[in-house]
Design a protein around this ligand. Structure first.
Ligand SMILES: NC(=O)c1ccc[n+]([C@@H]2O[C@H](COP(=O)([O-])OP(=O)(O)OC[C@H]3O[C@@H](n4cnc5c(N)ncnc54)[C@H](O)[C@@H]3O)[C@@H](O)[C@H]2O)c1
Length: 442
Protein backbone atom coordinates (compact mmCIF):
# COMPACT_ATOMS: atom_id res chain seq x y z
CA UNK A 1 0.00 0.00 0.00
CA UNK A 2 1.27 3.49 -0.85
CA UNK A 3 2.06 5.91 1.98
CA UNK A 4 -0.72 8.32 0.98
CA UNK A 5 -3.30 5.58 1.24
CA UNK A 6 -1.90 4.49 4.61
CA UNK A 7 -2.14 8.07 5.88
CA UNK A 8 -5.74 8.33 4.76
CA UNK A 9 -6.80 5.08 6.42
CA UNK A 10 -4.64 5.84 9.49
CA UNK A 11 -2.60 2.67 9.19
CA UNK A 12 0.53 4.80 8.66
CA UNK A 13 3.29 4.24 11.23
CA UNK A 14 5.21 7.35 12.26
CA UNK A 15 8.80 7.23 13.48
CA UNK A 16 10.04 10.21 15.45
CA UNK A 17 13.79 10.63 15.85
CA UNK A 18 14.57 12.69 18.98
CA UNK A 19 11.93 12.33 21.68
CA UNK A 20 12.62 15.63 23.45
CA UNK A 21 10.60 18.80 24.00
CA UNK A 22 9.46 18.74 20.38
CA UNK A 23 9.38 15.03 19.51
CA UNK A 24 7.49 13.79 22.56
CA UNK A 25 4.40 16.04 22.29
CA UNK A 26 4.29 15.39 18.54
CA UNK A 27 4.38 11.64 19.14
CA UNK A 28 1.59 11.96 21.69
CA UNK A 29 -0.49 13.97 19.20
CA UNK A 30 -0.28 11.18 16.59
CA UNK A 31 -0.96 8.50 19.21
CA UNK A 32 -4.04 10.40 20.40
CA UNK A 33 -5.36 10.18 16.82
CA UNK A 34 -4.80 6.42 16.92
CA UNK A 35 -1.77 6.57 14.66
CA UNK A 36 1.08 4.26 15.67
CA UNK A 37 4.30 5.97 16.72
CA UNK A 38 7.74 4.53 17.22
CA UNK A 39 10.04 6.99 18.97
CA UNK A 40 13.79 6.72 18.33
CA UNK A 41 16.29 8.27 20.72
CA UNK A 42 19.94 7.73 21.61
CA UNK A 43 19.12 8.45 25.23
CA UNK A 44 18.35 5.09 26.85
CA UNK A 45 16.94 6.74 29.94
CA UNK A 46 14.21 8.49 27.94
CA UNK A 47 13.39 5.31 26.02
CA UNK A 48 13.12 3.32 29.26
CA UNK A 49 10.90 5.91 30.94
CA UNK A 50 8.67 6.20 27.86
CA UNK A 51 8.31 2.45 27.59
CA UNK A 52 7.11 2.42 31.22
CA UNK A 53 4.66 5.23 30.46
CA UNK A 54 6.58 7.78 32.53
CA UNK A 55 7.33 11.39 31.71
CA UNK A 56 10.68 13.17 31.82
CA UNK A 57 9.40 16.63 30.93
CA UNK A 58 7.54 18.33 33.74
CA UNK A 59 4.78 20.01 31.69
CA UNK A 60 4.01 16.87 29.63
CA UNK A 61 1.51 14.84 31.56
CA UNK A 62 2.30 11.28 32.53
CA UNK A 63 -1.37 10.43 32.06
CA UNK A 64 -1.18 11.11 28.32
CA UNK A 65 2.00 9.05 27.97
CA UNK A 66 0.51 6.16 29.95
CA UNK A 67 -2.61 6.17 27.77
CA UNK A 68 -0.57 6.24 24.57
CA UNK A 69 1.71 3.43 25.73
CA UNK A 70 -1.17 1.32 27.10
CA UNK A 71 -3.11 1.62 23.85
CA UNK A 72 -0.04 0.29 22.02
CA UNK A 73 0.12 3.45 19.90
CA UNK A 74 3.38 4.78 21.39
CA UNK A 75 6.56 2.75 21.62
CA UNK A 76 10.16 3.84 21.91
CA UNK A 77 13.50 2.32 21.01
CA UNK A 78 17.21 3.02 20.71
CA UNK A 79 17.46 0.50 17.88
CA UNK A 80 17.70 2.40 14.59
CA UNK A 81 17.63 -0.79 12.53
CA UNK A 82 13.88 -0.63 13.18
CA UNK A 83 13.58 2.46 10.95
CA UNK A 84 12.20 0.43 8.01
CA UNK A 85 9.19 -0.50 10.22
CA UNK A 86 7.85 3.05 9.93
CA UNK A 87 6.32 4.82 6.93
CA UNK A 88 7.19 8.38 7.89
CA UNK A 89 10.28 9.58 9.76
CA UNK A 90 10.13 12.92 11.54
CA UNK A 91 13.46 14.35 12.73
CA UNK A 92 13.34 16.41 15.95
CA UNK A 93 16.97 16.45 17.09
CA UNK A 94 18.83 19.45 18.55
CA UNK A 95 20.41 22.19 16.43
CA UNK A 96 22.62 24.13 18.85
CA UNK A 97 25.55 26.48 18.23
CA UNK A 98 29.14 25.38 18.76
CA UNK A 99 31.66 27.24 20.92
CA UNK A 100 32.33 29.66 18.05
CA UNK A 101 28.61 30.45 17.79
CA UNK A 102 28.35 28.57 14.51
CA UNK A 103 25.67 26.00 13.65
CA UNK A 104 26.38 22.60 15.14
CA UNK A 105 24.78 20.36 12.53
CA UNK A 106 26.24 17.16 13.97
CA UNK A 107 22.92 15.91 15.42
CA UNK A 108 21.07 16.43 12.13
CA UNK A 109 23.90 14.95 10.05
CA UNK A 110 24.32 11.91 12.32
CA UNK A 111 20.58 11.30 12.26
CA UNK A 112 20.45 11.68 8.48
CA UNK A 113 23.36 9.25 8.06
CA UNK A 114 21.59 6.74 10.27
CA UNK A 115 18.39 7.12 8.24
CA UNK A 116 20.37 6.80 4.98
CA UNK A 117 21.54 3.43 6.20
CA UNK A 118 18.01 2.10 6.54
CA UNK A 119 15.85 4.24 4.23
CA UNK A 120 13.38 2.12 2.30
CA UNK A 121 11.37 2.94 -0.80
CA UNK A 122 8.17 4.89 -0.25
CA UNK A 123 9.15 6.49 3.07
CA UNK A 124 8.57 10.15 3.92
CA UNK A 125 11.24 12.02 5.90
CA UNK A 126 10.45 15.38 7.46
CA UNK A 127 12.93 17.59 9.26
CA UNK A 128 11.51 19.72 12.07
CA UNK A 129 14.71 20.97 13.72
CA UNK A 130 15.25 24.70 13.30
CA UNK A 131 18.03 25.33 10.80
CA UNK A 132 19.38 27.55 8.03
CA UNK A 133 17.76 27.68 4.57
CA UNK A 134 19.18 24.94 2.39
CA UNK A 135 19.69 22.26 5.04
CA UNK A 136 17.02 19.92 3.70
CA UNK A 137 18.06 19.95 0.06
CA UNK A 138 21.80 20.44 0.58
CA UNK A 139 22.45 17.97 3.40
CA UNK A 140 19.54 15.55 3.68
CA UNK A 141 18.59 15.06 0.05
CA UNK A 142 22.03 13.89 -1.23
CA UNK A 143 22.49 11.61 1.79
CA UNK A 144 19.14 9.95 1.16
CA UNK A 145 19.57 9.76 -2.61
CA UNK A 146 22.78 7.88 -1.96
CA UNK A 147 21.24 5.76 0.80
CA UNK A 148 23.11 2.51 1.43
CA UNK A 149 19.82 0.66 1.12
CA UNK A 150 19.36 2.02 -2.43
CA UNK A 151 22.34 0.06 -3.67
CA UNK A 152 23.63 0.93 -7.14
CA UNK A 153 20.35 2.38 -8.39
CA UNK A 154 20.28 5.61 -6.45
CA UNK A 155 17.03 6.78 -4.86
CA UNK A 156 15.24 9.71 -6.47
CA UNK A 157 13.51 12.23 -4.22
CA UNK A 158 9.79 12.59 -4.96
CA UNK A 159 9.74 9.15 -6.52
CA UNK A 160 11.52 6.62 -4.30
CA UNK A 161 11.27 8.62 -1.08
CA UNK A 162 9.70 11.91 -0.04
CA UNK A 163 11.41 14.76 1.77
CA UNK A 164 9.98 17.84 3.48
CA UNK A 165 10.79 20.50 6.06
CA UNK A 166 8.19 21.54 8.60
CA UNK A 167 9.37 23.76 11.45
CA UNK A 168 8.21 23.11 14.97
CA UNK A 169 6.54 26.04 16.73
CA UNK A 170 6.25 24.49 20.17
CA UNK A 171 5.92 26.94 23.06
CA UNK A 172 6.42 24.75 26.13
CA UNK A 173 3.71 25.09 28.76
CA UNK A 174 1.73 27.71 26.84
CA UNK A 175 -1.85 27.06 28.05
CA UNK A 176 -3.36 28.62 24.89
CA UNK A 177 -1.48 26.68 22.23
CA UNK A 178 -0.15 23.14 21.91
CA UNK A 179 1.47 21.12 19.11
CA UNK A 180 -1.89 20.33 17.50
CA UNK A 181 -3.46 23.80 17.67
CA UNK A 182 -0.54 25.71 16.14
CA UNK A 183 -0.74 25.95 12.32
CA UNK A 184 2.19 24.19 10.69
CA UNK A 185 4.22 25.48 7.74
CA UNK A 186 5.37 22.76 5.31
CA UNK A 187 7.71 22.88 2.34
CA UNK A 188 8.42 19.83 0.17
CA UNK A 189 11.40 19.18 -2.07
CA UNK A 190 8.93 18.24 -4.84
CA UNK A 191 5.14 18.80 -5.13
CA UNK A 192 4.58 15.10 -4.31
CA UNK A 193 6.73 15.44 -1.16
CA UNK A 194 4.61 18.42 -0.09
CA UNK A 195 1.36 16.58 -0.79
CA UNK A 196 2.37 13.58 1.31
CA UNK A 197 3.84 15.59 4.19
CA UNK A 198 0.74 17.82 4.31
CA UNK A 199 -1.54 14.77 4.30
CA UNK A 200 0.36 13.34 7.27
CA UNK A 201 0.31 16.51 9.37
CA UNK A 202 -3.33 17.14 8.42
CA UNK A 203 -4.15 14.07 10.51
CA UNK A 204 -3.13 15.87 13.71
CA UNK A 205 -2.54 19.59 13.19
CA UNK A 206 -5.37 22.11 13.09
CA UNK A 207 -4.08 23.76 9.91
CA UNK A 208 -1.20 23.08 7.56
CA UNK A 209 0.33 25.94 5.62
CA UNK A 210 2.00 24.80 2.39
CA UNK A 211 4.87 26.88 1.00
CA UNK A 212 6.73 26.58 -2.30
CA UNK A 213 9.98 25.04 -1.05
CA UNK A 214 11.83 23.61 1.92
CA UNK A 215 13.95 26.78 1.92
CA UNK A 216 10.87 28.98 2.33
CA UNK A 217 9.75 26.79 5.24
CA UNK A 218 13.21 26.88 6.85
CA UNK A 219 13.31 30.66 6.46
CA UNK A 220 9.84 31.22 7.90
CA UNK A 221 10.90 29.66 11.19
CA UNK A 222 14.00 31.85 11.29
CA UNK A 223 11.93 34.96 10.61
CA UNK A 224 9.64 34.15 13.54
CA UNK A 225 12.54 33.74 15.96
CA UNK A 226 14.57 36.66 14.63
CA UNK A 227 11.47 38.84 15.03
CA UNK A 228 11.35 37.88 18.72
CA UNK A 229 15.06 38.29 19.31
CA UNK A 230 15.12 41.77 17.76
CA UNK A 231 12.02 43.02 19.54
CA UNK A 232 13.28 41.74 22.88
CA UNK A 233 16.61 43.48 22.21
CA UNK A 234 14.73 46.70 21.47
CA UNK A 235 12.91 46.72 24.82
CA UNK A 236 16.09 45.67 26.60
CA UNK A 237 17.84 48.70 25.12
CA UNK A 238 14.93 50.97 26.00
CA UNK A 239 14.97 49.56 29.53
CA UNK A 240 18.56 50.76 29.97
CA UNK A 241 17.91 54.14 28.33
CA UNK A 242 14.73 54.84 30.31
CA UNK A 243 16.31 53.67 33.54
CA UNK A 244 19.01 56.32 33.13
CA UNK A 245 16.20 58.86 32.68
CA UNK A 246 14.42 57.51 35.74
CA UNK A 247 11.50 56.25 33.66
CA UNK A 248 10.06 52.78 34.32
CA UNK A 249 10.06 50.69 31.10
CA UNK A 250 7.32 48.45 32.47
CA UNK A 251 4.96 51.36 32.92
CA UNK A 252 5.83 52.57 29.41
CA UNK A 253 5.13 49.15 27.86
CA UNK A 254 1.82 48.85 29.70
CA UNK A 255 0.79 52.26 28.36
CA UNK A 256 1.92 51.54 24.78
CA UNK A 257 0.10 48.19 24.88
CA UNK A 258 -3.25 49.96 25.06
CA UNK A 259 -2.82 50.89 21.38
CA UNK A 260 -5.21 48.53 19.60
CA UNK A 261 -3.20 48.30 16.34
CA UNK A 262 0.38 48.46 15.09
CA UNK A 263 2.02 47.56 18.39
CA UNK A 264 2.92 44.26 20.01
CA UNK A 265 4.29 44.11 23.53
CA UNK A 266 7.65 42.51 24.23
CA UNK A 267 9.22 42.54 27.66
CA UNK A 268 12.77 43.08 28.89
CA UNK A 269 14.53 40.55 31.09
CA UNK A 270 17.86 39.22 32.34
CA UNK A 271 18.78 37.85 28.90
CA UNK A 272 17.56 35.40 26.31
CA UNK A 273 17.16 31.72 27.10
CA UNK A 274 15.93 28.45 25.69
CA UNK A 275 16.80 26.38 22.70
CA UNK A 276 15.49 28.82 20.09
CA UNK A 277 15.68 32.60 20.41
CA UNK A 278 19.35 32.95 21.51
CA UNK A 279 20.49 30.43 18.90
CA UNK A 280 18.42 30.27 15.73
CA UNK A 281 19.08 33.80 14.41
CA UNK A 282 22.78 32.92 14.13
CA UNK A 283 21.97 30.04 11.79
CA UNK A 284 20.98 32.68 9.27
CA UNK A 285 23.99 34.86 10.08
CA UNK A 286 26.24 31.91 9.30
CA UNK A 287 24.50 31.04 6.05
CA UNK A 288 24.32 34.67 4.93
CA UNK A 289 28.15 34.86 4.98
CA UNK A 290 28.20 32.38 2.14
CA UNK A 291 26.29 35.01 0.12
CA UNK A 292 28.64 37.81 1.25
CA UNK A 293 26.00 39.60 3.26
CA UNK A 294 26.04 40.58 6.93
CA UNK A 295 23.01 40.22 9.17
CA UNK A 296 23.56 43.52 11.02
CA UNK A 297 20.21 43.66 12.79
CA UNK A 298 20.62 40.13 14.10
CA UNK A 299 24.14 40.81 15.37
CA UNK A 300 23.09 44.03 17.07
CA UNK A 301 20.14 42.34 18.77
CA UNK A 302 22.46 39.52 19.87
CA UNK A 303 24.90 42.02 21.34
CA UNK A 304 22.22 43.83 23.35
CA UNK A 305 20.58 40.64 24.57
CA UNK A 306 23.91 39.06 25.53
CA UNK A 307 24.72 42.13 27.61
CA UNK A 308 21.57 41.80 29.78
CA UNK A 309 22.93 39.49 32.50
CA UNK A 310 25.89 41.88 32.86
CA UNK A 311 23.43 44.75 33.19
CA UNK A 312 21.58 42.92 35.98
CA UNK A 313 24.87 42.43 37.83
CA UNK A 314 25.80 46.10 37.33
CA UNK A 315 22.45 47.14 38.78
CA UNK A 316 23.10 44.75 41.66
CA UNK A 317 26.44 46.43 42.40
CA UNK A 318 24.87 49.88 42.14
CA UNK A 319 22.10 48.86 44.51
CA UNK A 320 24.43 47.31 47.07
CA UNK A 321 26.57 50.43 46.81
CA UNK A 322 23.58 52.56 47.88
CA UNK A 323 23.68 50.61 51.14
CA UNK A 324 27.47 50.92 51.43
CA UNK A 325 28.01 47.31 50.49
CA UNK A 326 30.14 45.62 47.85
CA UNK A 327 29.15 42.67 45.69
CA UNK A 328 32.54 41.17 46.46
CA UNK A 329 31.99 39.02 49.54
CA UNK A 330 28.18 39.29 49.39
CA UNK A 331 25.81 36.34 49.51
CA UNK A 332 23.52 36.25 46.49
CA UNK A 333 20.44 34.11 45.93
CA UNK A 334 19.12 33.73 42.39
CA UNK A 335 15.43 32.96 42.11
CA UNK A 336 14.70 30.73 39.13
CA UNK A 337 17.08 28.66 37.01
CA UNK A 338 14.70 27.90 34.13
CA UNK A 339 14.88 30.14 31.07
CA UNK A 340 11.22 31.04 31.38
CA UNK A 341 8.51 30.74 33.95
CA UNK A 342 6.81 27.50 34.95
CA UNK A 343 8.99 25.13 32.93
CA UNK A 344 11.86 22.89 34.00
CA UNK A 345 14.10 23.66 31.02
CA UNK A 346 17.28 25.59 31.81
CA UNK A 347 18.99 25.41 28.41
CA UNK A 348 20.77 28.71 27.68
CA UNK A 349 19.11 30.17 30.78
CA UNK A 350 20.44 33.62 31.73
CA UNK A 351 20.45 32.43 35.37
CA UNK A 352 23.46 30.25 34.53
CA UNK A 353 25.32 33.26 33.18
CA UNK A 354 24.29 35.29 36.22
CA UNK A 355 25.81 32.68 38.54
CA UNK A 356 29.06 32.91 36.60
CA UNK A 357 29.27 36.72 36.65
CA UNK A 358 28.29 37.10 40.32
CA UNK A 359 30.96 34.55 41.22
CA UNK A 360 33.56 36.33 39.10
CA UNK A 361 32.79 39.48 41.07
CA UNK A 362 33.51 37.67 44.33
CA UNK A 363 29.99 36.84 45.51
CA UNK A 364 28.87 33.49 46.87
CA UNK A 365 25.86 32.31 44.91
CA UNK A 366 22.93 29.97 45.61
CA UNK A 367 19.77 29.45 43.61
CA UNK A 368 16.21 28.40 44.26
CA UNK A 369 13.88 26.93 41.66
CA UNK A 370 10.81 24.84 42.54
CA UNK A 371 11.05 23.02 39.19
CA UNK A 372 14.80 22.44 38.95
CA UNK A 373 16.11 20.80 42.10
CA UNK A 374 19.66 20.29 40.88
CA UNK A 375 21.47 22.10 38.11
CA UNK A 376 22.27 19.55 35.42
CA UNK A 377 25.51 19.77 33.48
CA UNK A 378 25.22 21.80 30.30
CA UNK A 379 27.61 22.22 27.38
CA UNK A 380 29.11 25.27 29.03
CA UNK A 381 28.46 25.00 32.76
CA UNK A 382 28.89 22.27 35.31
CA UNK A 383 27.72 23.74 38.60
CA UNK A 384 27.25 21.26 41.40
CA UNK A 385 24.37 23.18 42.91
CA UNK A 386 21.12 22.23 44.58
CA UNK A 387 18.03 24.39 44.82
CA UNK A 388 17.67 26.14 48.19
CA UNK A 389 14.41 25.83 50.10
CA UNK A 390 13.04 29.28 50.80
CA UNK A 391 12.58 29.81 54.53
CA UNK A 392 12.52 33.08 56.48
CA UNK A 393 15.95 32.44 57.96
CA UNK A 394 17.45 31.41 54.66
CA UNK A 395 16.13 34.46 52.79
CA UNK A 396 17.35 36.80 55.51
CA UNK A 397 20.84 35.31 55.27
CA UNK A 398 21.40 36.73 51.72
CA UNK A 399 22.67 40.22 51.04
CA UNK A 400 20.89 40.17 47.70
CA UNK A 401 18.02 38.17 46.20
CA UNK A 402 17.83 38.32 42.40
CA UNK A 403 14.62 37.41 40.60
CA UNK A 404 15.65 35.85 37.30
CA UNK A 405 12.70 33.56 36.42
CA UNK A 406 9.19 34.64 37.43
CA UNK A 407 7.78 31.20 38.29
CA UNK A 408 4.15 31.33 39.43
CA UNK A 409 4.96 29.07 42.39
CA UNK A 410 7.24 31.56 44.16
CA UNK A 411 5.60 33.16 47.19
CA UNK A 412 6.39 36.74 46.20
CA UNK A 413 4.92 38.39 49.28
CA UNK A 414 6.89 36.08 51.56
CA UNK A 415 10.08 36.72 49.57
CA UNK A 416 9.57 40.50 49.63
CA UNK A 417 8.93 40.48 53.36
CA UNK A 418 11.93 38.37 54.26
CA UNK A 419 14.69 39.51 51.92
CA UNK A 420 17.11 42.31 52.67
CA UNK A 421 17.44 43.54 49.08
CA UNK A 422 15.79 42.34 45.89
CA UNK A 423 16.77 42.86 42.27
CA UNK A 424 13.78 42.14 40.04
CA UNK A 425 14.64 41.59 36.37
CA UNK A 426 11.07 40.64 35.35
CA UNK A 427 8.92 43.16 37.20
CA UNK A 428 7.50 40.09 38.91
CA UNK A 429 6.80 41.77 42.25
CA UNK A 430 5.06 44.89 40.94
CA UNK A 431 3.04 42.75 38.50
CA UNK A 432 1.60 41.14 41.61
CA UNK A 433 0.93 44.44 43.29
CA UNK A 434 3.94 44.15 45.61
CA UNK A 435 5.87 47.38 46.01
CA UNK A 436 8.56 47.80 48.61
CA UNK A 437 11.60 49.97 49.28
CA UNK A 438 13.86 46.93 49.21
CA UNK A 439 12.91 45.98 45.61
CA UNK A 440 14.94 47.42 42.72
CA UNK A 441 14.36 46.70 39.03
CA UNK A 442 17.07 45.69 36.61
N1 LIG B 1 12.02 23.20 22.67
C1 LIG B 1 11.29 24.04 21.96
O1 LIG B 1 10.46 24.75 22.49
C2 LIG B 1 11.45 24.15 20.44
C3 LIG B 1 10.54 24.93 19.74
C4 LIG B 1 10.63 25.02 18.36
C5 LIG B 1 11.66 24.37 17.70
N2 LIG B 1 12.57 23.63 18.40
C6 LIG B 1 13.61 22.95 17.64
O2 LIG B 1 13.36 21.57 17.63
C7 LIG B 1 14.58 20.82 17.67
C8 LIG B 1 14.60 19.88 18.84
O3 LIG B 1 14.55 20.62 20.04
P1 LIG B 1 14.12 20.00 21.43
O4 LIG B 1 13.87 21.14 22.33
O5 LIG B 1 13.05 18.99 21.25
O6 LIG B 1 15.47 19.24 21.83
P2 LIG B 1 15.66 18.15 22.99
O7 LIG B 1 17.08 18.20 23.39
O8 LIG B 1 14.59 18.29 24.03
O9 LIG B 1 15.36 16.78 22.25
C9 LIG B 1 16.18 16.26 21.28
C10 LIG B 1 16.25 14.75 21.48
O10 LIG B 1 17.02 14.21 20.41
C11 LIG B 1 17.80 13.16 20.92
N3 LIG B 1 18.90 12.95 19.98
C12 LIG B 1 20.01 13.66 19.78
N4 LIG B 1 20.72 13.16 18.76
C13 LIG B 1 20.04 12.10 18.31
C14 LIG B 1 20.25 11.17 17.27
N5 LIG B 1 21.33 11.24 16.47
N6 LIG B 1 19.34 10.20 17.09
C15 LIG B 1 18.26 10.12 17.88
N7 LIG B 1 17.99 10.99 18.87
C16 LIG B 1 18.88 11.95 19.09
C17 LIG B 1 18.21 13.64 22.29
O11 LIG B 1 18.59 12.55 23.12
C18 LIG B 1 16.92 14.32 22.76
O12 LIG B 1 16.07 13.41 23.43
C19 LIG B 1 15.68 21.87 17.68
O13 LIG B 1 16.12 22.13 16.39
C20 LIG B 1 14.98 23.11 18.21
O14 LIG B 1 15.59 24.30 17.77
C21 LIG B 1 12.48 23.50 19.77
Amino acid sequence: MQILEKIKNKSVVVGIVGMGYVGLPLGLAFAAKKIKVLGFDLDERKVKLLSKGETYIKHISEKKIKEAVKSGKLKATTDFSRLPEVDAIIICVPTPLDEHREPDMSYVVNTAKMIAKYLRKGQLVTLESTTYPGTTDEILQPLFENATSAGKNKFKVGKDFYLAFSPEREDPNNPDYSTVTIPKVIGGVTPKCLEIASALYDQVIVKTVPVSSTRAAESSKLLENIFRSINIALVNELKMVFDRMNIDIWEVIAAASTKPFGYKAFYPGPGLGGHCIPIDPFYLTWKAREFEINTKFIELAGEINTYQPYYVVEKSMETLNKFKKALNGSKVLILGAAYKKDIDDMRESPSLKLIEIYREKGATVDYSDPLITILPKTRKYNYHMKSIKLTKEKLKSYDLVVLSTDHTDFDYKFIAENSKLIIDSRNAFENRGIKSKNIFKA
